[in-house]
Design a protein around this ligand. Structure first.
Ligand SMILES: *[C@@H]1O[C@H](CO)[C@@H](O)[C@H](O)[C@H]1NC(C)=O
Ligand SMILES: *[C@@H]1O[C@H](CO)[C@@H](O)[C@H](O)[C@H]1NC(C)=O
Ligand SMILES: *[C@@H]1O[C@H](CO)[C@@H](O)[C@H](O)[C@H]1NC(C)=O
Ligand SMILES: *[C@@H]1O[C@H](CO)[C@@H](O)[C@H](O)[C@H]1NC(C)=O
Ligand SMILES: *[C@@H]1O[C@H](CO)[C@@H](O)[C@H](O)[C@H]1NC(C)=O
Length: 551
């Protein structure tokens, strides 16, 4: 029974599948079109249809991979049970019989229907070390709600860095740029490309502390590979005359991209390659999706939509095309850096070697740049030790470097010397951000209110988009109440000079909170630095919000 099912014509099954899609999707299509908020707009309709087209492509490829599994299984059955040993099953069986009769005395007939199939090379031929460990392709860590079928999958590989790790800033920027609706239609996959499980757990716990709701909702997946996934990097071939250190770094990167893309391929229609040290423009998702659907509906044969001019950031692919990249990276992982491979892949697909002058424009037809860029590189330190990465995308344009607010009238003093025009007084008035040189323990930034204020909430943001590491570290927020508080209070933390500690800058560089009713009105609010810092310090947002009508 099973065998008969398995050997049923694949073409017929595929047709069934497409009819199924037709039954489910055509009415759905009309439903979606009719219920679209902007029915009159022809553009919206065209975009919807394009969206359904790419979705069907995606579902079809999902179906094909199931079909591949089935085919392998049925071949296995055929060989085990030899059910297909009957030439009269083949379409031209009667012709064949006839021909055989005419060949008496020859052995040719015995060559018919042999039980031998050819076997294509698989990833194991390119990465033979994968066979040394039965768990080589097993994940060593996965925190996931198994979200799939989304429009957009964002892949972010991250590795240990000697200096500052920008991953949390990157994610914050990506999530801030998504609306609630977009959040439901997106998956962000964090690939911790390290085999040190302690480190993986450290990153995962930091992510959970920082983004508990988004892990819970399924927006964020965290994965890590097994040690067996990587070859012995000491034994790599030295290529392109690079140092072993560099060969190791770029070879691992290729394998990391192949892993991440393979995991993400089945999760959604479009895949976007990102890095762990970037920031995003607001509404980047809608912009990308719209652009992709526009190209699709115009039947432009794109392969890459490029939303950042740098390296391997902000490149969008159809998930159905990822297998090309994955296999290409696997084949040449030891030979070239990933951005060259990507270029060679597109060259191979698009360029005519007899007309190589046209190659650039041939490639540009399928590798389409979107301007202005939606992603900017913020990292200064590359993950390759000692390589300082100062490349910035000039197409990104300006981003907000500070967020102005109206604050209560106050005298402003800073124990930290400011740089150029970036004074604390101007920052307090919302004219710029404050930028101070290397904070030392005991340095204070103080706001002396002209008349005592009853504070509802305070919010301080340190660091900014261009200098995310210029944060306040180990710095508390303290207030001096009009009415002295008991210095030995066991409810409040009171400093020796009678200030109450009401908050502290966190690892994201933010200090926020409200001030307990019992403290009442305050004369002074100050930031108090407790440790020496290796970085300068920026205050990009200062908001001291008074309680209304209680002056
Ligand atoms: C096919 O079946 C015949 C008996 O019907 C058997 O003698 C022969 O070995 C089979 N061929 C193969 C390739 O197994
Ligand atoms: C081969 O298949 C045909 C049709 O499927 C069937 O009629 C015939 O009996 C089969 N012969 C053998 C030897 O299995
Ligand atoms: C059989 O063989 C003869 C001579 O070899 C040839 O003329 C004839 O066309 C063949 N018949 C078939 C059906 O192949
Ligand atoms: C106050 O001090 C206690 C004990 O030292 C500490 O647990 C608490 O977090 C502090 N609160 C603030 C706001 O710093
Ligand atoms: C903050 O500063 C205090 C005082 O110098 C020090 O004891 C403490 O270890 C520092 N904390 C961190 C996290 O650096």
């Amino acid at each position: 029974m099973t065998v008969v099912n398995l050997t049923m014509s694949p073409i017929r099954k595929r047709n069934c599948f497409l009819i199924f899609i037709g039954i489910v999707f055509v009415p759905f299509c009309f439903f979606v079109i009719l219920s679209a908020p902007d029915m009159s707009s022809e553009d919206a309709l065209v975009e919807r249809i394009a969206e359904l087209q790419v979705r069907i492509q995606y579902l079809d490829s999902m179906y094909r991979s199931r079909q591949e599994d089935l085919q392998q299984m049925s071949q296995h059955f055929d060989q085990s049970y030899n059910v297909d040993n009957n030439t009269s099953n083949s379409p031209h069986a009667s012709d064949v019989k006839h021909a055989i009769r005419n060949m008496s005395g020859l052995h040719v007939a015995s060559g018919l229907n042999p039980s031998v199939s050819i076997k294509f090379p698989t990833a194991y031929q390119f990465l033979p070390h994968l066979l040394d460990d039965p768990n080589s392709l097993k994940l060593s860590y996965m925190l996931s709600k198994n979200r799939d079928g989304v429009s957009l999958v964002l892949g972010i590989p991250t590795v240990k860095r000697e200096k500052y790790n920008y991953l949390m800033d990157t994610l914050q920027s990506l999530i801030d740029g998504l609306s609630d609706e977009e959040i439901d239609d997106t998956l962000i996959v964090i690939f911790v490309a390290e085999t040190d499980l302690d480190y993986v757990l450290k990153v995962a716990s930091e992510l959970e502390r920082k983004f508990p709701l988004h892990l819970e909702s399924g927006l964020i997946d965290i994965i890590a590979p097994s040690p067996g996934y990587y070859p012995n990097f000491e034994k790599l071939q030295i290529t392109l005359g690079d140092s072993l250190e560099r060969v190791k770094w770029r070879s691992k990167q290729n394998l990391d991209y192949a892993f991440l893309m393979t995991y993400c391929q089945i999760k959604g229609t479009f895949y976007v390659q990102l890095e762990d040290d970037i920031m995003a423009k607001p509404s980047y998702m809608t912009t990308m999706k719209k652009f992709a659907l526009e190209k699709t509906s115009k039947k432009e044969p794109w392969i890459i939509l490029d939303f950042c001019q740098l390296g391997f950031i902000g490149k969008m692919f159809r998930s159905t095309q990822l297998p090309w990249l994955i296999q290409f990276f696997q084949m040449f992982f030891n030979d070239k850096p990933v951005d060259w491979l990507l270029d060679y892949l597109i060259t191979t697909k698009e360029c005519n070697w007899d007309k190589r002058d046209n190659c650039k424009s041939d490639k540009a037809r399928v590798w389409i740049h979107y301007k202005p860029s939606l992603f900017q590189h913020i990292g200064m330190h590359s993950s390759l030790k000692g390589k300082v990465q100062k490349l910035k995308d000039k197409q990104f344009g300006k981003v907000a470097l500070f967020f102005p607010h109206v604050n209560p009238e106050a005298d402003v003093t800073s124990g930290i010397k400011h740089y150029k025009q970036y004074s604390l007084r101007r920052a307090y008035h919302g004219e710029t951000f404050f930028w101070g040189l290397l904070p030392q323990p005991g340095d204070q930034l103080a706001f002396n209110f002209k008349s005592p204020v009853l504070v509802n909430k305070f919010f301080f943001r340190s660091g900014n988009a261009e200098h995310p590491t210029d944060k306040f570290y180990n710095t508390t927020v303290e207030v001096q109440p009009v009415e002295a508080v008991n210095p030995n209070s066991n409810v409040l933390n009171v400093t020796q000079d009678g200030f109450v500690v009401v908050g502290k800058f966190d690892s994201a560089g933010i200090a926020t909170g409200s001030i307990d009713e019992s403290i009442g009105r305050i004369n002074i609010l100050r930031l108090n630095v407790h440790s020496e810092s290796d970085n300068w310090a920026i205050l990009s947002e200062i908001h001291i919000q008074e309680k209304m009508g209680k002056r």
